[in-house]
Design a protein around this ligand. Structure first.
Ligand code: ATP
Ligand code: MG
Length: 444
């Protein structure tokens, strides 16, 4: 990709209405453009990161056994009347009348719709367990949309829905998602803390939020440091006992958000040295709620004893677009964003210091093609801009690696390599570029 043929509208000035670093940096690096309050267009760099996060989220859902579907954004209001939420959901739900004066709603979540799919096709315990997920835009008319995509009105969510025969199996489905969430966030370079939570308007009896510690988090969280040190082995899904052991190990440790925090219990259960407190950004929320929807919506199944019973359900959300903001909040400096390798918009930016020099341009293209052949996404900054502007844009956008190709080094067979996270640079022979970058990617 040549930068001059691409579209990255970077800006130097801080947008005045953006209060937190992620919002400022997403605007400045040309990732998003606000269209109206809490509603954004995704520009190429932003969309690229969004897609990469989506891919990791999808991959871990599938690994845990969930199956992807796609439900529409617009839903019939009748389903919501059946569950009783048409009235109770309140002003956050956007209601629209079509030309026949039928009311549609722009889905804030999909419990009703997925229950309707389930009851239409599934009648027997033999089809269980089942977990269906989709990655789809949601709309919630938040009272105070703010902080960019962190609290938008239109936002991208992954939501999964599990169906089980009984409580015991529903718990296992819940635990699998619990593990999938931890693995997902780890791949995104985030340390997520599971905290037991209220289940809010979704309702239910078992619920955890996953929070990322960052100064700009909206709630306060408290937990035991030991919880952060639990490891999940690669083959966890091969055994249900392993899954249960690991999750129950997590559940043994203290963790709470401010609304549930119990100071006395915290001090009793957790030694001073192990007490972790901080602000938290909620990036995921899981619920197990039995027959809250299957009962009013009559989603029942025949068990192996021939009796009909309501299916047990759970729902599991990840804020895919909010995750971008969460990653930036935990990984930035005064110059800009510092992307983890797994979601960087391009892994390598190749800066041409002298556009009009054919040798420099040829070398940039040669390196670029070599990298692409090895599936290393890269861009050549061939713009007619000063070196200073090229360097500052590269740091602002936060490419993990920047290569600098200039006539002087090139004479000696060298280029400069800069690592964004470490902030160091080195002159290396250009024949070693691929090897060094591969090592770097492997390291993270
Ligand atoms: P919050 O407490 O932040 O309002 P919520 O509890 O209402 O979120 P859930 O219904 O649990 O949200 O939705 C699942 C996930 O979707 C949340 O964990 C969060 O990551 C994301 N999410 C929810 N609301 C928004 C929003 N307005 N903008 C961006 N992401 C959101
Ligand atoms: Mg929540």
């Amino acid at each position: 990709m040549l930068w001059s043929n691409y579209f990255i509208p970077t800006q130097k000035e801080k947008p005045i209405d953006a209060k937190i670093p992620s919002h400022q940096l997403m605007i400045r690096s040309g990732m998003i453009k606000q269209e109206s309050s809490g509603i954004y267009s995704w520009l190429p760099i932003g969309l690229k990161v969004l897609k990469k996060i989506e891919t990791i989220v999808r991959d871990e859902q599938e690994r845990a056994g969930a199956i992807e579907i796609l439900m529409p954004t617009l839903q019939s209001s009748e389903l919501w009347s059946e569950s009783g939420r048409y009235d109770s959901y309140g002003d956050e739900m956007l209601r629209i009348n079509d030309r026949h004066n039928r009311t549609l709603i722009y889905g804030p979540t999909n419990e009703e719709q997925v229950t309707e799919i389930f009851r239409k096709y599934i009648k027997s315990y033999k089809s269980l367990p089942l977990n269906l997920f989709h990655i789809q835009w949601k709309f919630r008319d938040e009272v105070r949309p703010r902080f960019g995509v962190m609290r938008g009105r239109e936002f991208l969510m992954k939501d999964a829905y599990s169906f089980d025969l009984n409580q015991e199996e529903a718990k296992l489905s819940y635990y699998k998602m619990f593990i999938a969430y931890l693995r997902t966030f780890e791949r995104l370079g985030l340390n997520a803390i599971p905290v037991s939570a209220d289940s809010g308007p979704i309702g239910g009896n078992l619920s955890h939020e996953f929070s990322i510690v960052a100064d700009t988090g909206e709630s306060e969280i408290f937990c035991d440091k030991n919880l952060l040190e639990i490891c999940i082995d690669e083959n966890i899904y091969s055994s249900n006992d392993k899954i249960i052991d690991v999750v129950e190990n997590y559940l043994n440790f203290y963790s709470a958000t401010d609304d549930k925090h119990d100071v006395k219990k915290f001090n009793n259960l957790v030694s001073k040295d192990n007490q972790v407190t901080g602000r938290g950004i909620e990036v995921g929320h899981i619920f197990s709620f039995g027959d809250k929807y299957s009962d009013p919506m009559k989603a029942s199944i025949i068990g192996n004893d021939g009796k009909m019973s309501n299916v047990y359900m759970g729902s599991y959300g990840i804020g895919v677009s909010r995750l971008i903001a969460a990653i930036i909040e935990t990984s930035n400096d005064e110059k800009g964003i510092i992307w983890p390798i797994s979601v960087a918009p391009f892994l390598v930016n190749i800066i041409n210091l002298k556009n009009k020099d054919d040798k420099c341009m040829d070398k940039c293209i040669e390196i670029h093609n070599d990298l692409e052949k090895n599936d290393i996404d890269s861009i050549v900054d061939d713009r007619d801009e000063s070196a200073g502007k090229k360097f500052s844009d590269s740091d602002l956008i936060g490419f993990p690696v920047t290569l600098v190709v200039g006539p002087r080094e090139l004479e000696n067979g060298n280029v400069e390599i800069r690592f964004r996270r470490e902030g160091n640079n080195q002159i290396i022979p250009y024949d070693n570029v691929l090897k060094i970058i591969k090592n770097k990617l492997f390291e993270e």
